[in-house]
Design a protein around this ligand. Structure first.
Ligand code: SF4
Ligand code: SF4
Length: 103
């Protein structure tokens, strides 16, 4: 996560200075226990296109060791990745169901 934050901040520094509010595509605030649902990637259906990572407003999806990985410490459970995945390879699972299975 920290590596990702550094990469994004470097990109921001290189951008022309803007006037007005600017959103930063990185979250460094741990999510806590309030998240209601979490995205779970079905790796057998994922084609590793990276679109989910591009759309995630928190910047918490990365390709690591050849597969897409979500950092649940920072994922806010907004569901955008599940909507944008062209292969519909991301399930949006109730947190209560994840806890039952020990995820
Ligand atoms: S958008 Fe879907 S298919 Fe593409 S990398 Fe993400 S999970 Fe995999
Ligand atoms: S649910 Fe939202 S915050 Fe979590 S990985 Fe998907 S797009 Fe990012």
């Amino acid at each position: 996560m920290q590596k990702l934050v550094q990469q994004r901040l470097k990109k921001l520094e290189a951008m022309p200075k803007l006037i007005g509010p600017v959103s930063v595509k990185v979250s460094d605030v741990p999510t806590g226990t309030w998240r209601y649902r979490r995205p779970v990637i079905r790796h057998g259906d994922c084609v590793k296109c990276g679109i989910c990572a591009e759309y995630c407003p928190c910047g918490v999806i990365e390709k690591t060791e050849g597969k897409m990985v979500i950092d649940y410490t920072y994922c806010k459970g907004c569901g955008i990745c599940t909507t944008e995945c062209p292969k519909k390879a991301i399930d949006f699972v109730l947190e209560s169901e994840c806890n039952k299975e020990g995820d």
